[in-house]
Design a protein around this ligand. Sequence first.
Ligand SMILES: [Mn+2]
Length: 342
Amino acid sequence: MGRMQGEKKRAAEICRAKKNFLLLSHVDPDGDAIGSLLALGLSLRRAGKKVIMANPDGVPLLYRFLPAWDEVRCDYGELLARELAALEVIITLDTATGERLGDWSRILKKDSFVVLNIDHHLTNTRYGQINWIEAASSTGELVQVLLSELGWEIETDIALCLYTAIVTDTGSFRFENTTCDTHRNAALLLQKGINPAQVTEYIYETKPEAAVRLLGRALETLRISPDGRVAWLTITNSTLAVVGARGEDVNGIVNYAKEIAGVEVGILFQETREDLIKVSLRSRSRINVSEIAQRFGGGGHPRAAGCRVRGSLDRVREEVLAGVTAALAGGENTGAGDSQYS
Ligand SMILES: [Mn+2]
């Protein structure tokens, strides 16, 4: 506890004292990656700081209702030499490893600025000089805690970013990472004037037709292990092409595999390039899937994790299923206890 408090205080000191910031979040961004980025970026600007906000993949269509989304840059090559020279601090948000910054990870190798790493993934590799890694529903919730530590006002548009981060990372307050604190923090955001029904509409009820057709195709691939405890779905590049869906339309589909009665682990295998398979893992309660993902070079949370594995779809599927089966057979660490609230 002492260490986490210390890191939070150091994070606040840096936000208060420094002037020039670059904020980054992970590739293939979700609502937390975008929401925490925009919330902290806008807050720093309102405190008079110069802030560049960037994400290697840019802002998915789904999150383009958020304020200042169009100020998020994505091309590392467009960072000007004078901008780089002026930078004092890099803040990474929701990003468990440096590699998850894509092209922007190159900037971590320079030693001319402080890297402040703020994340709720307990598998975070602590690649910053300051690493505030703490169990919370979302990185957005940590940003909210940071803003209150700073005593900075959370205005309505910033509250919208934070609320979006919390809602998406908790599956609308349904997942195990939802705590009393999460609800209390979300309630504070509602007091700033957020309309939850409207956020629901933006996030869950404005899907492109192709996303729903993709879901249909994905569900047709459902397979279940003979003992009924593992279910998996597969999306190939040609599936995406046939329905005209984009990579971001895949988000959330893995949950359908986990939601089947009796299933402990749900998996989605997705082709991303010819020899790279994205694997998303969801666990009901018994298996710590972040351990499995870590074995394949990924990471995440005990109940939601992922990795990208080089190899053919068939081979990767076989290896990951073997790993999950072994975890189910052995009495592995379930990730229960404090760490499950990540
Ligand atoms: Mn997150």
